[in-house]
Design a protein. Structure first.
Length: 153
């Protein structure tokens, strides 16, 4: 009978040792895969978006060439809108320039538009009726602005 107890004890020790080794193997596998770089959560990509830059005759800081180039270089920016912000409210006008200055206004805005196809106009440009050259008005409209649409007659 003593012999039976010794055999039973040996079998129990082998079984316990096997279980311990099996648990260590499973635990090590889990720990190894949990720490591997392939299992880290992927960072979410920045969503694509549009940028709106506001300007008026007194403040063109937001549409500086450096600012526009910074947004053009950002691969997550789809479109950069230059929007007039005048006394008529955001997108509602850009007035105050004499008609002799309109070619300079167009040149100024054209420099920004020509930086990239991402750069567009948005909103209404208000000029004295009949003072903008048809070619200038057409160019503004082709770039996305409207001309004198917000005027109340």
């Amino acid at each position: 009978m003593v012999r039976w107890d010794i055999t039973a004890t040996k079998n129990m020790n082998k079984t316990n040792l096997f279980k311990a080794l099996l648990l260590a193997l499973v635990g090590g596998t889990i720990a190894f895969t949990a720490c591997s770089p392939g299992n880290e959560p992927e960072p979410q990509p920045e969503p694509h978006h549009n940028v709106e830059l506001f300007f008026n005759r007194m403040n063109t800081k937001q549409i500086d060439l450096d600012t526009i180039q910074k947004y053009v270089a950002n691969q997550h920016v789809d479109t950069i809108f230059m929007i007039p912000d005048d006394e008529a409210g955001i997108g509602g006008g850009f007035s105050g320039y004499p008609s002799s200055s309109l070619p300079q206004v167009r040149d100024y805005l054209e420099q920004r538009i020509s930086v990239s196809r991402k750069v567009r106009g948005k909103g209404d440009l208000r000029f004295a009726v009949g003072k903008a050259l048809p070619a200038d008005s057409l160019w503004f409209v082709e770039q996305g602005w409207t001309v004198n649409q917000s005027r109340k007659w």
